[in-house]
Design a protein around this ligand. Structure first.
Ligand code: ATP
Ligand code: MG
Length: 387
């Protein structure tokens, strides 16, 4: 039997004119992810990508392909002649590979791209279903809720499959511009980056620390999170910025209650300057409405005023429990809950302003030499490439 992996794409194919670019981007992302494992060849036929590879590598290949956005399913297919005999024989063969239990139910679901094929899809379903029943006494048909489905695609050849794995969906990376993720060491920001990447945005990150007030290990934790995220986003640049001097200046010259909002505005201005220099189009944060004092609508409005770029907040309407669920799924949760201090928490006031007014915040900022504080922070930044 000739085994292949078949990849089917989702929304990409709704995108009309962009379809080719999207398809190419997704295919390149797949190639990049599987080049270490290796494969013989790949080709596409009517909206699916077929990969010839060693069958013993299928699980590992599937695991890697699964991380590419834009994919709906990855299936293990067998290619055969487009004849009733061959389709019937191959379908029966395949059941042996996957269905080892007794008394299972199944259905046949076929699709014809080649409309000249002698039977219609329902006729083919009935014919192959009947053949399978003859070959296996203990199987039964259940078209509503079967234990397994035999899928048949009739194209220039026939492709038959039973096992298929769900992909992540979304759009291929690189099809929705460039974003700069504000990556802390917490649970939320890696999830925010993942979600924007899932919509096709290329992600790079900026991390703020305040060494020596925060530890080297806290910094390493953020880099480890970037590494985990890069399994989905591909290689990523992290701009690492020390805010220690800025925090000192704030605590010396401004009301303590405003520390969080003032420092957040510094982050946005610095992130905007980095975006201008490296041509990113949007900032991304892990903020969620009402989650903490600084995430009120009033705070977010005052924060928005400090950014030259749109601030994307993909978690804005999500509950913590749902954010944690995604974080577990993408593998960042364990790392994110390691207990190292973040610069925000170290300098966080006991009772922060929760409904800041722009004019008072701007008044406080008059006590700071904003330009030179920012330029110094940027001049001292470290740039880390995550492979
Ligand atoms: P997270 O779980 O992502 O740390 P959080 O629930 O701790 O978020 P905040 O501390 O209010 O919430 O931070 C809100 C967002 O601001 C973060 O999701 C992140 O995008 C950004 N941010 C906060 N601290 C930093 C930092 N040290 N470096 C970079 N971005 C940060
Ligand atoms: Mg945090």
């Amino acid at each position: 039997m000739q085994w292949l992996l078949a990849v089917s794409f989702g929304e990409i194919f709704l995108k009309g004119r962009n379809r080719n670019t999207f398809y190419k981007t997704a295919t390149n992302n797949i190639k990049r992810n599987i080049k270490d494992i290796g494969y013989e060849d790949m080709y596409s036929e009517s909206s699916k990508l077929y990969i010839k590879a060693n069958r013993k590598d299928f699980d590992r290949l599937t695991e890697e392909i699964k991380k590419v956005f834009g994919i709906v399913y990855i299936s293990e297919v067998v290619k055969c002649e487009k004849t009733l005999e061959d389709i019937s024989k191959t379908s029966k063969e395949m059941i042996k590979y996957y269905e080892k239990e007794k008394d299972l139910t199944f259905k046949v679901e076929s699709k014809r791209t080649d409309k000249s094929f002698s039977l219609t899809s329902p006729e083919l379903n009935a014919k192959i279903g009947a053949d399978i029943l003859k070959g296996y006494n203990d199987l039964k048909v259940d078209i509503h809720n079967p234990d397994f489905t035999v899928f048949i695609d009739v194209k220039s050849s026939a492709y038959i499959y039973i096992k298929r794995t769900r992909g992540l969906g979304g759009l291929p990376l690189g099809s929705s511009g460039e974003g700069l993720l504000l990556l802390s060491g917490g649970i939320d920001s890696p999830v925010a980056g993942f979600m924007m990447a899932k919509r096709g945005m290329n992600i790079n990150a900026i991390h703020f620390h305040s060494y020596p007030f925060t530890s080297k290990r806290a910094h390493q934790k953020a880099m480890d999170l970037a590494k985990i995220l890069s399994k989905y986003t591909g290689k990523m640049t992290v701009y690492s910025i020390n805010l220690a001097e800025i925090y000192k200046a704030i605590s010396k010259n401004c009301p303590r209650r405003e520390t969080t909002i003032l420092s957040r505005r510094f982050m946005m201005r610095i992130a905007s300057k980095i975006s201008e220099k490296y041509e990113y189009q949007a900032l991304i944060t892990g903020e969620s409405l009402g989650q903490v004092a600084s995430q009120t609508i009033e705070s977010m409005s005052v924060i928005n005023e400090s950014s030259k770029y749109p601030i994307l907040r993909p978690l804005i309407a999500m509950d913590k429990k749902d954010i944690i669920e995604i974080s577990e799924k993408i593998g960042s949760y364990e790392k994110a809950i390691e207990p190292y201090d973040d610069c925000c928490s170290i300098f966080a006031p006991d009772s922060p302003v929760t409904k800041p007014k722009l004019k008072y915040i701007e008044k406080s900022e008059e006590n700071l030499d904003i330009e030179s504080l920012e330029d110094e922070a940027i001049n001292n930044m470290e740039i880390i490439e995550i492979a």
